[in-house]
Design a protein around this ligand. Sequence first.
Ligand code: SF4
Length: 320
Amino acid sequence: MDKALTFKHLFGPVPSRRFGRSLGVDLTPFKTCSLDCVFCQLGRTTLKTMERKEYVPVNEVVEEMDKWMRHHPGEASYITLAGSGEPTLHSRFGEIIEFAREYPKTPVALLTNGTTLHLPEVRLAASRADVVKITLSAWDQKSFKSIHRPQSNLKFKQVLEGEQLLREEFQGDIWMEVVILKGINSERDDVLRIAEIARSIRPDRIHLNTCVRPPAEDFASPVSHELLSELAGLFEPCAEVITEFRPDSSSTFTDNETAILDILRRRPCTAQEMAKLFGMHLNEVAKHLGRLTRTSAVQVRSGKHDKYYFVQNAKGNKNG
Ligand code: SF4
């Protein structure tokens, strides 16, 4: 479907409101993460860990990046370390950023949950990026545990201190994403507490989001665009509302979405099955499924271990 699909550790470029055409670099096996956020679009974490190691060989990533950049000059507006887990768990992610910097016209972004930033070597490696985007949607240990479900040794205070230290040491841009979930952290007082935490980190930009793609847990529900706009003013700097509500009014599907619909008309599938079938990265599949579910072209139901996507036929029965 796409030339990039032949790569093992790269995906996209994925259109992103924040990063334009973002070439994703995936440095961990599927859902290897220190958190298990209830809103995670990739489903539940399968390996919850704080162990840092070379999860994928650096030489393979670097070779792929070199090949991609030579074949697609100027096509990516950002090289983004993201993917299906926490990139800073990769013990050599700094070397990958360093290599990516050899393409000076393409800035490098690191998307992290911030849980390893208390380690000086992680902050040093992270500071080689042009932009570090952190995600934090809690304000204390209790909310951290219920929203982000961290690895058992992780403390909210430690994460916060790591992020504050990064701000002191890092000259580049820090962007912060806050995910607001209905009834979980959407009360004004909760958001005021998150805003206070955000102020102590002094990010350059704050993005307010909600779970617009099917989340890991059914109880994680989105709030309205209007509420996000109201809450944006509580942050300093004023938050930007980043959701994908608006473009969804279009009924035109991309080629990839049409292919997904064709499969789901025949049988229900999980996102992972579709990623495997199409050779697409799970992040891309999640993005397409988010759009397809929001336009009601595709429905979702929770199985025992996973979510299944299906197309409801005209009589209202599930296919498959
Ligand atoms: S949202 Fe990010 S930090 Fe949270 S579980 Fe998913 S991959 Fe990990």
